[in-house]
Design a protein around this ligand. Structure first.
Ligand code: GTP
Ligand code: MG
Length: 261
């Protein structure tokens, strides 16, 4: 069985994806022989899917890390990550962004923490030991500041909820992703709130993070949606656990290997 699955949500990432798949493969090869990359695409209209297929073919020649391609009908980063996490069944699972903004040197300490019994490892750009090279606009920084303050009400003690780097043990992943309702960029807040609610041990890991041009986050459009999502989150979290979303809404479809080869 695969030990570790890394989910990469992808929407029109043809320019950033090749470097990311190469970087992830190199990082994983150095750590474990038992890992997979799960790319979850939301109907990209560029060459993203072709790039994944090329890498898949290359893997059969080189024996490098397997890459799975999952299509997700529901739009949104949260929906895509959820689909990939629930599609995999490895004991450890996490996600990173297609820009590889977080240095994958973080993977080794992440696995150590998970192996030692930590339930959730969260990359934190707010950690004093983190090195962050950001070039976000003033508007984006202001929005992020307000977002952090509101998010802190849902997940007290977690300084950076939005870093695109989070890993889980399987039981915790299933418990927080199955009932997930927030399907856009703000989904991390709901995940972490659910993790805290079930008493998960959350470890904030220092990271090296650098901004990569080509962000898919539009400050006005996605900022508005993210704040709207926070406004809905209290009532979402107040709902009974048993009223889980219909899994069919975001059920992933894996591309059969035969179709790819
Ligand atoms: N599948 C899927 N992936 C998405 C969607 N929206 C964003 N993503 C992915 O989510 C990841 C994070 O997006 P980024 O564009 O890096 O945005 P960000 O990290 O929030 O913001 P930056 O700090 O500007 O990089 C990338 O891998 C995107 O391709 C979506 O609707 N569907
Ligand atoms: Mg990013």
């Amino acid at each position: 069985m695969t030990l570790l699955s890394i989910v990469v949500p992808v929407r029109n990432e043809e320019s950033r994806l090749p470097n990311t798949l190469r970087g992830l493969t190199t990082a994983l090869t150095g750590i474990t022989k038992s890992a997979e990359i799960v790319v979850v695409d939301n109907a990209s209209t560029d060459g993203s899917v072709d790039i994944v297929r090329r890498f898949q073919q290359h893997r059969y020649q080189s024996g490098a890390v397997p890459i799975r391609l999952v299509h997700c009908a529901q739009l949104g980063k949260g929906a895509a990550v959820r689909a990939g996490v629930l599609e995999s069944d490895s004991p450890y699972v996490g996600f990173c962004d297609a820009d590889l903004a977080t240095d994958m040197a973080a993977l080794e300490p992440t696995l150590l923490q998970l192996g030692a019994g930590v339930n959730v490892v969260v990359g934190s750009r707010a950690h004093p030991s983190s090195i962050v090279k950001a070039r976000h606009s003033v508007l984006r920084q202001a929005g992020a500041w307000v977002f952090r303050r509101v998010a802190n009400g849902f997940v007290p003690g977690v300084a950076d909820t939005q870093c695109g780097y989070k890993f889980f043990d399987r039981a915790t992943a299933n418990a927080v992703f199955r009932p997930l309702r927030t399907l856009g960029f703000a989904f991390d807040v709901e995940l972490l709130a659910r993790a805290q609610r079930i008493g998960a041990v959350i470890f904030e890991l220092p990271v090296h993070w650098h901004d990569v041009p080509g962000s898919t986050f539009h400050p006005l459009r996605d900022g508005y949606r993210s704040f709207s999502a926070l406004a809905r989150m209290r009532s979402i979290l107040a709902q009974q656990q048993e009223t889980e979303p219909e899994l069919d809404e975001v059920r992933p479809v894996t591309t059969p290997i035969a179709e790819v080869a």
